[in-house]
Design a protein around this ligand. Structure first.
Ligand code: 6PG
Length: 228
């Protein structure tokens, strides 16, 4: 797993966007499409705004969600709200190319299975995503693979539900589909990430992020997180 370190969160996000654009062009040339999964949190939105300015074959892209908080439509807690703001309003991508996790459903278990079916339609069976973007929480969580939750043990489904974490239940991609991805791109910025980033790089299984495959992974970090 390689790591690239940049001065600050802005330059790190810009570099990550350029790397994604390269992967998108290569994937479309090789397979006719690019299926990318995007995490939530705070940091990805600068990266997506930067990606919106890149020259990529937008009509061949599909954006899926790595995880989503169970909250009403348009709620600021919804990752979809920020995903749409960052991409739809600043790039030529069409709304139907962004595949939202169905967290408004009254039957969340069935909705998780439906989303797994959507992934199979887009990326084969089992689904192999072209790129998955992951963030890293101060407690070592990634996606909504959060410490102590049974979701960490799910191996027979690509999409699952968590209990309440930071006031919200979540729908999340699980380790099997994450570790199958052709490229894993970590975006990690800020001094509160020094300890979890060191554990991630050491593949420390005591944190959820430490159990993600390092085979095809790249880390984009700023100096504050990489402590250099
Ligand atoms: C979420 C995310 C989560 C995120 C980390 C890091 O929905 O909360 O998917 O896993 O990636 O919390 O968030 P930041 O990168 O914004 O610190």
């Amino acid at each position: 797993m390689t790591i690239e370190v940049f001065a600050d969160d802005e330059s790190t996000a810009q570099a990550a966007a350029k790397a994604i654009a390269d992967e998108a062009r290569a994937s479309v040339a090789a397979r006719g499409q690019f299926v990318m999964a995007v995490s939530g949190g705070r940091t990805p939105w600068i990266m997506l705004r930067a990606l919106a300015n890149e020259s990529v074959p937008w009509e061949k892209l599909h954006i899926v969600q790595v995880d989503e908080r169970v909250a009403p439509p348009g709620d600021p807690d919804r990752n979809l709200t920020h995903l749409r703001e960052s991409l739809l309003e600043h790039s030529p991508i069409r709304a139907e190319q962004i595949h939202a996790m169905p967290v408004e459903s009254s039957n969340l278990e069935a909705a998780a299975a439906d989303y797994a079916a959507t992934l199979r339609q887009l990326a084969g069976s089992p689904p192999v995503l072209d790129l998955i973007h992951l963030g890293l929480g101060p407690d070592g969580h990634t996606a909504s693979l959060v410490p102590g939750d049974p979701v960490l043990k799910v191996t027979d489904a690509d999409v699952a539900l968590t209990g309440v974490y930071q006031k919200r239940r979540r729908m999340t991609l699980t380790y099997p589909v994450i570790n199958r991805a052709r490229r894993i791109l970590w975006l990690v910025t800020g001094s509160e990430k020094v300890d979890p980033l060191a554990r991630l790089r050491a593949a420390d299984p005591s944190i959820p992020a430490g159990r993600v495959s390092q085979e095809r992974a790249l880390i984009f970090a700023d100096r504050a997180a990489a402590k250099v």
